[in-house]
Design a protein around this ligand. Structure first.
Ligand code: MOS
Length: 740
């Protein structure tokens, strides 16, 4: 097929707007008379508000109102059954609902004033007396309370054990049986969570929200506040990073809408960076991985157990251990997953949730097994390569992981690695090289798109999806321009508005694979219409042609076999006497694809330098090869993987949300204490896309790339640190004091 646009490294079409400041974010929709809300957060982790006194705050000139649980109207939220699309089983947190404190930093009041500064000052005057009760926030102290989570939509529970894993482990000639500890991490997108609610004279609301799902927020607000669908519209045209933090409506949108509704005026609420730590997070996790192998390195027993924290009101769970049962072939497998409810807010999906922690443990343990067997880590993985999904006994729709190992190893220069730990040096610096596999889901969800082609040859496509920095605007424009043979400049893609055709949240790496096919289908419907008009032209050069006989190229419809026989699309529209053709299409997962396990894979190779005296670690090089089927845009695709690798460096060496259990509070609640990799921490990163064809995964043949880039990176780095130093660190982040 022709590829005028798809597969080309086209610059982001929203890039200029973003770097020039023309792109408007949720907190930038200004209007006269806007009121500003400032959130007051709980100082205790569990208990009750015994008394809350807002009198002093109300005295400050400019303060309009202070919302607390005592004066917030009773609303439809009394129905505890209402949940947002992404909510795990349980009873979602309801801000200002009652006097109960469920977690430290819980929002307990909203001060609304005519300026942000006044609201912030007045918030300091709200007097709160707490009746604190004991809280429990320490995962290690409560592992005995671990239990299976209630089933969460989209999350597969671990498969049933197969074979006799514990007995097989006992008998295995070579074994590794180890435990891994990883901390909580917070998403920390650059853009704070923010909502500006525009209140119209008739009471209708336009909600400019930072979110990964405008329709999810719309439906949540309608349900909570009892609005009719037309009473409010949620808009999110640009998002300054999401990573999963914006999958669920956050409390600032609730508070801003509450205030706008009650005060009948426009209101903005913005979180501060410290308040961002009162939101969901990647949960701290404890794992055991036990691997048993024959002397030849054939896996004979695989056991992976995980405990992760959640809140007391929702059973958050993610797939941590499942990957272990499908990435390698083994007959004797036991995978267990438990949640431990604590006095914390509910965790929230963060970039490759579950796989990041699960693959850190599994791929570290595989490295330990390779060392015990004295076999090359790639050899061990190839020897146990899964040709089908052992969890569900399904074939893979495609799997080019072998080629990922080969291509990445070659580019990295793996052959030059001396397998002996502490054997490689640059001056006084120890050099280590490690590798790991990565795996993530490649799902498709139902999505719709509308295409409008006007007589001037301009196409507008729309869908209520998002661009959280991933490149959605660009790739959807490419898909549409390709389908109709138009120039990129003649196509406009609209997103981030709840009134547009239905789309899922932007998450789970399923936007390209879900919205892309809908865009394609809407354009195909227009193609059929255009051909119909073209055939009616007097003396049509296309006479008798079927849709498969023609192609849409350079603004024309032409015969594939005789490209000189062509008509311009604009001429067809004019002759047809139509101002515009409008077509909407919805596409969902096919029955056929359900018979296959659909995954994207990666192989990551990392080199580190470790200073022998100081224990400082530098990740000097990362090579990652990704098998992600058809690549719509190698430039935006590469950027997705680069971002994932940088996050992997952060997980390995920097990021950690530290709880002070005396207070039950995350103390690292700013970017000085919560470390993320900065430019000086990020060196060469080489991204390879391995060729992979997949006609099963979805009609476009694409796999999502938003998450695979981070999976396995921390293990590759930890394995490199072992190779450099001979120290096996089974916790993250790895710090210099772990190496001294
Ligand atoms: Mo992703 S954690 O589904 O935004």
């Amino acid at each position: 097929m022709s590829t005028a646009h798809v597969g080309k490294p086209i610059d982001r079409i929203d890039g200029r707007a973003k770097v020039t400041g023309a792109a408007k974010y949720a907190a930038e929709y200004n209007e006269p008379g806007l009121a500003y809300g400032w959130i007051v957060n709980s100082a205790v982790a569990r208990g009750r508000i015994a008394a809350i006194d807002v009198a002093e705050a109300l005295k400050v000139p400019g303060v309009i109102h202070v919302f607390t649980h005592e004066n917030t109207p009773r609303l439809a939220w009394l129905d505890r059954s209402y949940r947002d699309q992404i909510a795990p089983p349980g009873s979602p947190f309801r801000p200002l609902y009652d006097a109960e404190i469920h977690f430290s930093s819980q929002p307990i009041a909203l001060v609304v004033a005519d300026s942000s500064e006044v609201a912030r000052y007045a918030a300091t005057l709200v007097r709160v007396e707490y009746a604190a009760t004991g809280h429990a926030t320490e995962l290690d102290a409560h592992l005995a309370e671990g239990r299976a989570p209630k089933k969460r939509g989209g999350i597969k529970p671990p498969p049933k054990a197969r074979g006799g894993p514990d007995g097989a482990l006992e008998k295995a000639a070579v074994k590794v049986d180890v435990a891994y500890r990883v901390p909580a991490e917070h998403h920390n997108p650059m853009e704070m969570f923010a909502t500006t609610v525009h209140h119209e004279p008739d009471g209708k609301l336009v909600v400019y929200d930072k979110t990964q799902g405008v329709q999810n927020v719309h439906d949540y607000l309608c349900n909570i506040f009892g609005f009719a669908a037309d009473d409010l519209r949620v808009v999110s045209k640009f998002v300054g990073g999401g990573f999963g933090a914006g999958l669920r409506p956050q409390h600032q949108v609730f508070l801003a809408v509450l205030a706008a509704r009650e005060l009948k005026r426009s209101v903005r609420v913005v979180l501060t960076r410290p308040q961002m730590f009162s939101l969901g997070y990647r949960p701290a996790t404890r794992q055991r991985v036990a691997l048993g192998a024959s002397p030849e390195g054939v896996l004979e027993a695989v056991i992976h157990e995980a405990f992760q924290e959640t809140s007391r009101f929702e059973d958050y769970s993610e797939m941590i251990v499942n990957w272990t049962g499908l990435l390698y072939r083994c007959e004797n497998v036991r995978l267990d997953h438990a949640i431990v409810p604590l006095d914390l807010f509910t965790p929230l999906d963060m970039r490759a949730p579950g796989a990041v922690w699960g693959l850190f443990a599994l791929e570290s343990a595989m490295d330990e097994l390779a060392v015990a067997l004295k076999v090359d880590p790639i050899e061990l993985r190839l020897k146990n390569y899964a040709e089908e999904d052992g969890n569900e006994d399904k074939p893979f729709s495609s799997k080019e992981l072998r080629e990922c190992y080969r291509r990445a190893a070659e580019r990295f220069g793996w052959a030059d690695r001396n397998p002996e730990p502490r054997s490689m040096r640059r001056g006084s610096t120890l050099v280590g090289r490690g590798m790991a596999s990565g795996v993530w889901e490649s799902n498709q969800q139902k999505a719709a798109a509308k295409a409008v082609l006007t007589v001037d040859g301009k196409l507008t496509i729309s869908s209520a999806t998002e661009d959280i920095g991933t490149g959605t605007y660009t790739i959807m424009t490419q898909v549409a321009a390709e389908a109709l043979g138009l120039a990129m400049a003649d196509v406009t893609f609209l997103l981030g508005d709840s009134t547009l055709p239905q789309a899922p949240v932007e998450g789970g790496s399923f936007t390209a694979s879900s919205v892309g096919p809908a865009v394609q289908a809407a354009c195909e419907a227009i193609r059929a219409d255009l051909l119909g008009y073209a055939l009616k032209l007097d003396g049509s050069p296309l006479a008798g042609a079927k849709i498969d006989d023609v192609e849409f190229v350079d603004g024309t419809i032409r015969l594939r076999d005789a490209p000189a026989k062509a008509v311009a699309i604009t001429a067809v529209l004019r002759a047809g006497g139509v101002e515009a053709i409008e077509r909407e299409a919805a596409v969902g997962p096919s029955a056929k694809q359900q018979r296959y396990t659909r995954l994207t894979h990666s192989a990551t190779f990392a080199e580190v330098e470790v200073d022998e005296d100081f224990g400082t670690i530098r990740v000097t090089r990362v090579v990652v090869a990704v098998a992600g089927a058809r690549i719509l845009n190698p430039k935006t695709a590469r950027s997705q993987v680069l971002g994932g690798v940088v996050w992997g460096i952060g997980s390995a060496l920097h990021e950690e949300s530290v709880l002070d259990h005396a207070f039950g509070r995350f103390m690292t609640h700013n970017l000085a204490d919560y470390h993320v990799p900065v430019n000086a921490d990020v060196h060469a990163i080489d991204v390879i896309f391995v060729e992979e064809h997949d006609e099963i995964v979805n009609p476009l043949g694409v796999k999502g790339l938003g998450e695979i880039g981070v999976v396995g990176v921390a293990a590759a780095i930890a394995n490199a640190v072992f190779h450099a130093t001979g120290r096996r660190v089974r916790k993250l982040p790895i710090k210099l004091d772990d190496l001294l």
